[in-house]
Ligand binder design. Structure first.
Ligand SMILES: [Fe+2]
Length: 208
């Protein structure tokens, strides 16, 4: 049942943040603990909203490819749940002024959050899909702390490193970041946002 898949996906994501090392970074450790605690609080609920209509974007042509790749990694136990409810995902852009080159190559889908399949005003989580060779322009989340967990593909953020699957990258509020993917394979990221209730409700993303 697709709705059950969404809950299992979030449980699996929580488990990753619960058990995985933070690389010795206090800031990442604090974020991972916060995510673990928030998801623990939110996940007993079993209500999946039925008023969210599934919707696709052009980049969804790569979703199956990304899921197939994602199953090969340790994070595959998270992806295996995702594939059970791809049919009910609501894909969107989230920006009114999306650059032309991103329209075919980018979309995200909120799974938990104010507009997610499962409602929360304390935390948001979902997935981002980028096509092969796509460029996610510099953007920031003025009031949100964000982490990306790479589920499939290889990406670079701000020209700092190449992040393979299973990597977590932390973006503090207001920190501009761009994502590049020059491989022939799509990129599938889980994202998590934490912040005040107001920040989660607004979920602001802005291009620089
Ligand atoms: Fe971001």
């Amino acid at each position: 049942m697709p709705a059950q898949g969404a809950l299992l996906f979030l449980h699996a994501l929580k488990r990753w943040y619960h058990i995985k090392p933070s690389g010795g970074s206090e800031e990442i450790n604090r974020h991972m603990l916060e995510v673990d605690n928030l998801l623990k609080k939110e996940l007993p609920m079993d209500t999946v909203r039925l008023d969210i209509n599934p919707s696709d974007k052009p980049v969804c042509r790569y979703l199956q490819n990304a899921v197939d790749n994602g199953l090969k990694h340790e994070t595959g136990y998270i992806v295996t749940h995702l594939q059970k409810f791809t049919s009910i995902l609501h894909w969107q852009y989230g920006y009114g002024n999306l650059p032309e080159d991103m329209k075919e190559n980018y979309a995200y889908s909120e799974i938990l959050g104010p507009r997610g399949l499962i409602k929360s005003s304390d935390i948001a989580a979902g997935v981002v899909l980028l096509a092969p060779a796509a460029f996610y322009h510099y953007h920031e989340h003025p009031d949100l702390t964000e982490s990306y967990l790479n589920l499939a593909g290889y990406f670079s953020q701000n020209d700092q490193a190449v992040y393979p699957p299973e990597s977590i990258v932390l973006n503090q509020p207001g920190k501009p970041h761009k994502i590049t993917n020059d491989s022939s394979q799509p990129l599938l990221l889980a994202y998590i946002w934490t912040g005040s209730k107001k920040a989660i409700l607004e979920s602001r993303m802005v291009f620089d």
